[in-house]
Design a protein around this ligand. Structure first.
Ligand SMILES: Cc1ncc(COP(=O)(O)O)c(C=O)c1O
Length: 390
């Protein structure tokens, strides 16, 4: 079965009167008619429905589907992407360990690994993930985790997943990747040997800007340990209601991604032609320094990318406010186009070390009409006095 069929092919379970969509099990606990059944279920807690902090049928439906899409044995859903990332990282490291993390990974994930975990005696080094030599050089005898995010979500750099996995294996370290940008449709890191895949479901998978959620996908062995500990003890679970909304979003994910891919590339190409745009950071463009790796590792490109410009920061902030269809806002992956303006020097350690000041605009291309979006970008430039000559 192809992935497109897999996401829309719901089982019509006769227990639910053949209901076309899976019901919402809006209950915290499950009851038993006798103590033998209760004991049997409780002793194999994760194979049964006992309490919704462990298993809930509506959430489990989604977990099975996500595992299938990523090519993993199991998945667990969480209340947010950060809950999933934190649980995944904590399932791997212990006191005295060292993490190697790519230096452009999602900010709060970097803070969690680089600062928060210090109080448990875990150290972290940040490396330029585009250089496999830099990754190799950062690995220490006590490195237990290599944390990847490919592509990263501000400057859209990739890591060579096969090469990273090889290095981690030699060092006896586990690999985790944040696969939010590519989604399970455009990249399946488990097939390159990555151990755990994490997602912020709040983005493309949810797809409607109406939920926050996260997931971890991996082998039965890795998820079994995590179930007993970080999942069950920290308890940052996804609610059944959220799982229903996510399952609904998932059905149209391939369809939405088709448009995101197409319109994202078209707008990136358009921006590339503008004389005041220094650089467009989109792995789908042949001008991207890692385009060849991107095509090898991924089957498509989503629609979050950035461009760097010579126009000063304060003018670009006015430009962003002039846009009609792009709203100013964090996050991405919903139906609506978004924009944020950044001073890269303040956000990326390796750039902060240089004297360059780089104005970077991150665009998220939603589901609006392509021509409307391009016109919107042009008009917003005209309103700050920048004319685009065809
Ligand atoms: C790449 C990436 N990973 C993880 C997260 C965290 O996800 P959440 O906001 O669902 O906790 C985000 C959120 O913006 C993100 O951009």
């Amino acid at each position: 079965m192809k992935k497109q069929t897999y996401v829309v092919h719901d089982h019509h379970d006769e227990r639910h009167q053949g209901a076309a969509t899976f019901p919402i099990y809006q209950n915290s606990l499950f009851t038993f008619a006798n103590y033998d059944d209760f004991d049997a279920a409780s002793s194999h807690f994760f194979d049964h429905f006992v309490y919704s902090r462990g298993n809930n049928p509506t959430v489990q439906q989604l977990e099975k589907r996500l595992a299938g899409l990523e090519g993993g044995e199991e998945a667990r859903c969480f209340a947010s992407g950060m809950a999933a990332i934190s649980a995944a990282v904590m399932s791997v490291v212990k006191q005295g360990d060292h993490i190697v993390c790519v230096d452009q990974a999602y900010g709060p994930a970097r803070v969690m690994m680089g600062t928060y975990l210090q109080k448990f005696g875990v150290a972290c080094s940040f490396v330029d993930g585009t250089s496999i030599d830099a990754v190799a050089a950062a690995i220490r005898p006590n490195t237990s985790l290599l944390y990847l995010e490919s592509p990263t979500s501000l400057v859209f750099c990739l890591q060579d997943l096969e090469a990273c996995v090889e290095l981690a294996r030699q060092a006896g370290a586990t690999t985790i990747i944040d696969n939010t940008w590519a989604t399970p449709f455009f990249q399946n890191p488990l097939k390159y040997g990555v151990d755990l895949v994490v997602h912020s479901i709040s983005k493309y998978i949810g797809g409607h800007s109406d939920i926050t959620g996260g997931a971890i996908v991996g082998s039965h062995e890795k998820l079994e340990r995590l179930n007993q500990n970080e999942f069950m003890l920290i308890g940052g679970i996804m609610t059944p209601h959220t799982a229903t909304l996510v399952s609904r979003g998932l059905r149209t994910l391939p369809l939405r991604l088709e448009r995101h891919h197409k319109n994202g590339v078209k707008i990136a190409e358009f921006l590339q032609t503008l004389p005041f745009v220094r650089k467009v950071n989109h792995p789908g463009l042949s001008s991207h320094p890692q385009h060849e790796l991107a095509v090898r590792q991924m089957e498509g490109f989503s629609s979050l990318f950035s461009f760097e410009t010579d126009i000063p920061l304060h003018e670009m902030r006015t430009w962003a406010g002039n846009l009609e269809y792009f709203r100013i806002g964090v996050s991405w992956g919903g139906y609506e186009s978004l924009v944020t303006v950044h001073n890269l020097k303040q956000e990326i350690d390796s750039i902060a070390a240089t004297s360059q000041s780089i104005v970077l605009v991150r665009l998220y291309i939603g589901l609006e009409d392509l021509e409307d979006l391009i016109l919107d970008i042009r008009h917003a430039f005209e309103r700050i006095g920048v004319t685009i000559v065809d």
